[in-house]
Design a protein around this ligand. Sequence first.
Ligand SMILES: N[C@@H](CCC(=O)N[C@@H](CS)C(=O)NCC(=O)O)C(=O)O
Length: 233
Amino acid sequence: MSLILYERVCSDDRRPSPYCWRARLALAHKGLTPAYRPVKFTEADLVAFSGQSKVPVLVDGESVVSDSWNIACYLEDNYPDAPSLFGGPGGRALTRFTNLWVDHGLQKALGPILAPYLHAVADPDDRDYYRRTREARWGQSLEQLVARRAVYLEALDPVLEPLRQRLAESPFVCGERPAYADYLAFAEFQWARSVCDQDILAPEETALRAWRHCMLDLFDGLARTVTAFDSAC
Ligand SMILES: N[C@@H](CCC(=O)N[C@@H](CS)C(=O)NCC(=O)O)C(=O)O
């Protein structure tokens, strides 16, 4: 069975997309090793066969699945004998809630902090597109986002509190072992270390840092195998 994951690529072969990291880690959790197909921002035509323009896209034989949540559910339903991503129907529902918290909380808080850094490492072909779309998203220039970095970092602090408190209770979000809710949150930190040479976590964030370290070690250090900055390891 041939498995292919289409995912975002930046210069120096960086793989910053948190959505794609969710899929990468979900596949690894299921013991699956896909071939990776890099897609630049300006190469949406490469995934047009999936009926939409975004990555990740998973191709599993005849099946084509887009959207990271759909991919996680597809893997859970089609590879039931491999370790569970959700831990049953109740776990799936709560993991979906975590997904929505990450999308609408953590990721929205990180976006204006990381966008200027991603622009700096974007493939040269993608830089104009990335600047135009992200400046439209935040209604200000990338330079204005840089100037307000301290404000955005201050706003990130309370957003991290649920994760901070959960990881003070338990080694992983999902308990003694990591599962998809951990991948959802960790993928955002992987995005950060892929593009930004400054750690977004303060030194005193011991529980978060210990968890991030464990997540980086998972699956023979899968998240360490790509180009990234060492500041957040
Ligand atoms: N809801 C989708 C969102 C996927 C998404 O936004 N992917 C980004 C990865 S960089 C993308 O393709 N963006 C296209 C763009 O910004 O032009 C998911 O969970 O997979």
